[in-house]
Design a protein around this ligand. Structure first.
Ligand code: ADP
Length: 459
């Protein structure tokens, strides 16, 4: 049985894992960088150990230091959270060879699904629809142009090792293709140390709808319904909700079945997410699998009543899933807004600094997952997300009205945030009617008066 877990992460997700462990009676060990000494995850974990300077590359990404900390702490397991080392198959393998349980899938599964071109091939073989595109990574620009011409423009050029919306380029014709291909390659090398690229047909204004799955070591697997993550900025999610206002029962069943097929094809164990793009007619296509817990997992938790972090730990302990597909339903509507320290009036640039005054929303149907507090300094070294506000209720309308109310209560002084921008989206009729696609924010901003963003920075 797992007695003690090292949390190889920071911020709200580290705190979220500490909380789940507390409820399960499991000891926790936090790791932290010099910039995070005052962080809540450090204060709330049973033990904490510093693993290096502020830069992620020198701390949270240092597998050697984390494994040394694990040895010092005599832990049984490591939870990687999201980002950092969570999808690093070498790290998972190192944990396995040190006899430390990696709370996630096996290292070979991470490798198989982490290569997005290989993942496409794996699920396509199992009969899951994929977007027309290249078979595997493209040798060079010449081969890529041929594929692009065959599938027809516009196309999207993507990094095989991609993530976080980086390394993606859209090409509308053969003339711009070469330039986009080159810049995608440069960005992929810089961001992922791997310049391999593949090409897909670019879908115009699809919806991003993903399925949460859980699979145990005994061959049992379930999906926990979908999350609609269409509200994105630069291919990065901003607002997520479950259920999707777009899916009906029939489409949910068909997509859920496809998600389970993909999970099975990956020979998957633990929590994962199967991401799809869905066109206006309801045709859906696999885009990738995330082999870790997602930022937006909380909306599934509130919609289904299932604690995903506890499930991850139970699965990693070798336990069987305590439910079957028929026990799972989306009984509530849940929505999440990502609160970021950023300045909408300056192109959403990060706005790190000291939070002078902080008061989070509360009340019925409101959950706030955050590591922020008054006096806390948001570091420029990490992601600008400082909080996730999740609201839920019997209907979508209740959840949305509650979100607007909750955001109106948020007091954050000293840094700029996107709270007012999110409130404006929540009041927008197109969003409220469930019409948002992945082009939504761009279209929304185009509809707004010129000085709209200037008025959206809050201090
Ligand atoms: P990442 O791994 O970087 O997050 P994904 O493959 O998950 O990249 O795609 C992120 C987002 O990029 C999608 O939600 C969607 O908005 C956009 N996108 C990706 N592929 C396509 C495509 N073929 N057509 C249209 N948009 C796409």
């Amino acid at each position: 049985m797992i007695r003690k877990i090292l949390i190889a992460n920071r911020g709200e997700i580290a705190l979220r894992i500490v909380r789940a462990c507390r409820e399960l009676g499991i000891q926790t060990m936090a790791v932290y960088s010099e910039a995070d000494e005052q962080s809540l995850h450090v204060q709330l974990a049973d033990e904490a150990i510093c693993i290096g300077p502020a830069s992620g590359a020198e701390s949270y990404l240092r597998a050697d230091r984390i494994l040394s900390a694990a040895e010092i702490g005599d832990v049984d397991a490591i939870h990687p959270g999201y980002g950092f080392l969570s999808e690093n198959s070498e790290f998972a393998e190192q944990c396995e060879s040190c006899n430390i349980i990696f709370i996630g899938p096996r290292s070979e599964t991470i490798m198989k699904m982490g290569d997005k071109a290989k993942a496409r091939e794996t699920v396509a073989k199992a009969g899951v629809p994929i977007i027309p595109g290249s078979d595997g990574p493209l040798e060079n620009e010449h081969a890529a142009t041929k594929v692009a011409q065959k599938i027809g423009f516009p196309v999207i050029i993507k990094a095989v090792a991609g993530g976080g919306g980086r390394g993606m380029r859209i090409a509308h014709n053969a003339v711009t293709f070469a330039k986009e291909f080159q810049s995608a390659r440069l960005e992929a090398v810089k961001a992922f140390g791997n310049g391999e690229l593949y090409v897909e047909k670019y879908l115009e204004s699809p919806r991003h709808i993903e399925f949460q799955v859980l699979a145990d070591m005994h061959g049992n697997m379930v999906h926990l319904g979908e999350r609609d993550c269409s509200v994105q900025r630069r291919h990065q999610k901003v607002i997520e909700e479950s259920p999707s206002p777009f899916l009906d029962k029939n489409l949910r069943n068909r997509m859920g079945k496809a998600a389970l097929k993909a999970t099975q094809a990956a020979d998957y164990v633990n929590a994962g997410t199967i991401e799809f793009l869905v066109d206006a007619k309801g045709n859906f296509y696999f885009i990738e699998m995330n082999t870790r817990i997602q930022v937006e997992h909380a909306v599934t938790e509130e919609a289904t009543g299932i604690d995903l972090i506890k499930e991850q730990i139970q699965i990693a302990s070798g336990n069987r899933l305590g439910f079957t597909q028929k026990d799972i339903s989306l009984t509530k509507h849940a929505i999440e807004c990502r609160i970021c320290a950023e300045n909408p009036s300056k192109g959403f640039i990060p706005s790190p600094g000291e939070i002078e005054l902080y008061s989070a929303p509360g009340g019925h149907g409101v959950r706030v997952d955050s590591h922020a507090y008054g006096g806390y300094t948001v570091s420029p070294y990490y992601d600008s997300m400082i909080s996730k506000v999740i609201t839920f209720g019997r209907t979508r309308k209740i959840a949305l009205d509650r979100m607007y109310r909750a955001l109106s209560e948020y007091l954050i002084r000293g840094i700029d945030t996107n709270v007012d921008f999110l409130k404006a989206v929540l009041m927008d009729p197109a969003f409220r009617q469930g019409e948002a696609t992945t082009s939504y924010i761009e279209e929304f901003l185009a509809r707004m008066p010129k000085d709209f963003l200037d008025k959206q920075s809050k201090d």
